[in-house]
Each structure stands twice: as C-alpha cells, then as structure tokens.
Design a protein around this ligand. Sequence first.
Ligand SMILES: CC(C)(COP(=O)(O)OP(=O)(O)OC[C@H]1O[C@@H](n2cnc3c(N)ncnc32)[C@H](O)[C@@H]1OP(=O)(O)O)[C@@H](O)C(=O)NCCC(=O)NCCS
Length: 176
Amino acid sequence: MIRPATIPDVPRIAEIINSHAELGKMLFKSYAQLYEDLRDFGVYEADGQVVGCCALTIIWADLAEVRSLAVDDRYRGRGIGRQLVEWSVSEARRLSLPRLMSLTYEQAFFEKLGFVVVPKETLPLKVWSDCVRCPKRDGCDEIAMVRVLPDVADSHQPPATPTPRGVSIPVLGHED
Ligand SMILES: CC(C)(COP(=O)(O)OP(=O)(O)OC[C@H]1O[C@@H](n2cnc3c(N)ncnc32)[C@H](O)[C@@H]1OP(=O)(O)O)[C@@H](O)C(=O)NCCC(=O)NCCS
C-alpha cells in the first residue's frame, strides 16, 4: 500500500500536508517544492486515493531526515503513520544510512517508533538549511529526534560540518 510517489500524486500530497500546515503542525509545501523533492516521497494508498505521505531526505552519509509525514485526518489512528515511518527506515537501510532524524511536535508518536530526543546542536549545520523558509525560524519549538539503525554499518565518510556552538542560528533560538 506504500509506493514511491509520482507526479499525479502531487495535488493530494499538497492537500494533506497543507491541511496540517494551516494548523501550524508542519511546514507548508508548494507544488514547486514537491516536484523538486518528489523522489524522496512515499505515499500510502487506501480506498483508491493517497491518504498519507512521508519523505526521506538524505542529509549526509550517516544521516537522513524523515520529513513531510502526514496522514489525512479521516485515516489517522489506523497505523498508517507508523507504516510510513517504517517505509523511511527501510529506505534508509536500502541506502546504507545508519541514522534517521526528525524535527517534530509529535514526540510520543516518534518515541513509539524508536526515536529518542537529542539536543538540536548535535545535528549537523546542513539540517537547518530549510529554516530560512520557516515562519517559526525565530522561535523554533520543534523537537529533534534520532533513531539509530544498529544493523547498518557507518561507511566512515568525511563528517558533516557540525552546528557551531554559540553562533546565532535561528532554529536554535536566541542565546540571550
Ligand atoms: C503524527 C501522524 C503522522 C500519526 O499518524 P497516524 O497514522 O495517526 O499514526 P498511527 O496510527 O500509525 O500511530 C502509531 C502509534 O502512535 C500512536 N500515536 C499516533 N499519534 C500520536 C500522538 N499524537 N501522540 C501519541 N501517540 C500517537 C498511536 O496510538 C499508535 O500507537 P500503538 O502502535 O501503540 O497503537 C498523524 O497524526 C499526522 O498526520 N499528524 C499531523 C501532521 C504531523 O504532525 N506530522 C508529523 C510531522 S514530523
């Protein structure tokens, strides 16, 4: 029931994500962004239509981000969100990526899926590249969470640039 997203899925993906974005639960996505990122997306189909979506974006050799996870309100609570995250996990395994992260308000949901809360500054600088587009960039209250896949070996490539400490990056909040 989960398959890679295709171009005809974009209007439904936008509709589901943006219905939650309007309530401040996640970032709004334009059609332009969805076309560009479409190869990261998996969609869940039920009753002949897309009812959920999730993207897995590669951040670095050892880290991928679960993004744009959203389930149509009429289909919530049926295990679809869990299956979409598990789809991301299987994608990470396929790519030999040993760590997944999420920036979320849904801490309890992600804890059930094996993610643990980490300090934001332990994530690499590149993670914050989207913050310029976020309306909450000056007061980010999202929770950073990580799930390690112990069965996937780290390929020991050069590390990502860390998030500098003591430097004002909007997502980390002001230091005063
Ligand atoms: C968060 C979201 C993806 C969950 O999808 P869902 O299909 O309703 O979740 P599932 O039915 O797969 O739930 C899996 C488990 O998490 C639990 N769960 C789901 N939402 C939860 C929540 N908000 N808080 C605590 N637990 C939650 C379920 O009870 C279930 O537990 P169980 O396996 O012990 O029965 C969905 O509610 C959603 O689209 N929310 C709005 C968008 C959003 O916040 N996305 C996350 C952005 S990172």
